[in-house]
Design a protein around this ligand. Structure first.
Ligand code: NAD
Length: 305
């Protein structure tokens, strides 16, 4: 794909803030698609990795804003996004009016609406475009991307850029709606994960073989993303290294539960799912992969795979 050109026919430089497990392969896809990328992360090693595939280094989010016309954020949560965009030395301190901010982090619908209002005052458009598919799909440029925006022109400008990172690009509606959808997707995924892990432990205590159980689930109606893409790969292998942190999963399912509460809905399955993930996060401590949830369930149920 060729890089988009601005009104003067110049190639538009894309800023990228947040070069973590997802941000690095996404920024790499942009470079490989021919975009010129200027990147920042607070971890110098991440910037070294980005420089190795052709991104230019920036020393701060403000420098990214100064050098790019479109800035993508791929950061842990809404508070970090807000600080990196609106805070001291943030992207918006230098990004000129007429620019575009695309937040691809998993943030929150409410926080996105607030950020959009603050950016609009400066003449900057915001599109929320959270992703699903994890590190493997980020590497291959096959992410699912959920695009929320009130501004059709901003979406038109974002789409060719998003096309370098995703295969399935969905328009979800108004600004923040991508974040609502993403949080709900992750609640569905988390409920499936907890159910599959619990079933494995029940089966193990009964005398079923866990590896055979995974094979049967995947050939039966119990299959889901966890049974297909996580149990063998990251749980039975003992690697617990899917690349998606338990703290990030907890943030997402809490966002979904908050959304439900704001709408006056108590979730009979969603609420205990969030509790189970919160308990695992407390037990395992910071830095745990979300698939390590199994280690907490093993302790809790007194059954080990
Ligand atoms: P990560 O923790 O690996 O990366 C976050 C990066 O942000 C790190 O490199 C960190 O140094 C950087 N960072 C933190 N604060 C910063 C700041 N103030 N300024 C600049 N850089 C800063 O997280 P990740 O797994 O890459 O996830 C990023 C986002 O994508 C999260 O919102 C997550 O929920 C979402 N997400 C992750 C996955 C996944 O499988 N990992 C899948 C879909 C969505």
């Amino acid at each position: 794909m060729s890089a988009p050109a601005d009104a003067a026919g110049q190639r538009e430089t894309i800023g990228f803030v947040g070069l973590g497990k997802m941000g690095l392969p996404m920024a790499r896809r942009l470079c490989e698609a021919g975009h010129s990328v200027v990147a920042f992360d607070m971890t110098p090693a991440a910037l070294d990795e980005a420089a190795a595939f052709g991104a230019e280094r920036a020393g701060s989010p403000a420098e990214v804003g100064r050098r790019a016309g479109v800035v993508i954020t791929m950061l842990p949560n809404v508070q970090v996004v807000r600080a990196a965009v609106l805070g001291e030395n943030g992207v918006a301190t230098t990004l000129p009016a007429g620019s575009l901010q695309i937040d691809m982090s998993s943030s929150s619908p409410q926080g996105t609406a607030e950020l959009g209002a603050a950016l609009k005052e400066r003449g900057i458009a915001l599109v929320d475009a959270p992703v699903s598919g994890g590190v493997p799909k980020a590497k291959t440029g096959e992410l699912a991307i959920m695009v929320g925006s009130d501004d059709p022109a901003a979406v038109k400008r974002a789409l060719p850029i998003l096309g370098a990172m995703g295969r399935k690009i969905f328009r979800t509606g108004r600004l923040g709606s991508g974040q609502a959808m993403k949080a709900l997707n992750n609640l569905v995924s988390a409920a499936g994960m907890v159910a599959a892990m619990e079933a494995l432990l029940v089966g193990k205590k009964f005398g079923l073989d866990p590896a055979l159980m995974v094979e049967i689930l995947n050939g039966s109606t119990g299959r889901n993303n966890t049974t297909e893409n996580k149990l063998n790969q990251f749980v039975l292998s003992g690697s617990y290294a899917s690349g998606f942190g338990l703290d990030l999963q907890l943030k997402d399912v809490r966002t979904a539960l908050e959304l439900a509460a704001q709408l006056g809905l108590d979730l009979p399955v969603g609420a205990p799912t969030v509790e189970a993930i919160a308990a695992a996060a407390e037990f395992l401590g910071p830095g745990a992969d979300h698939t390590a949830m199994m280690r907490h369930l093993e302790e809790k149920l007194g059954v080990h795979l």
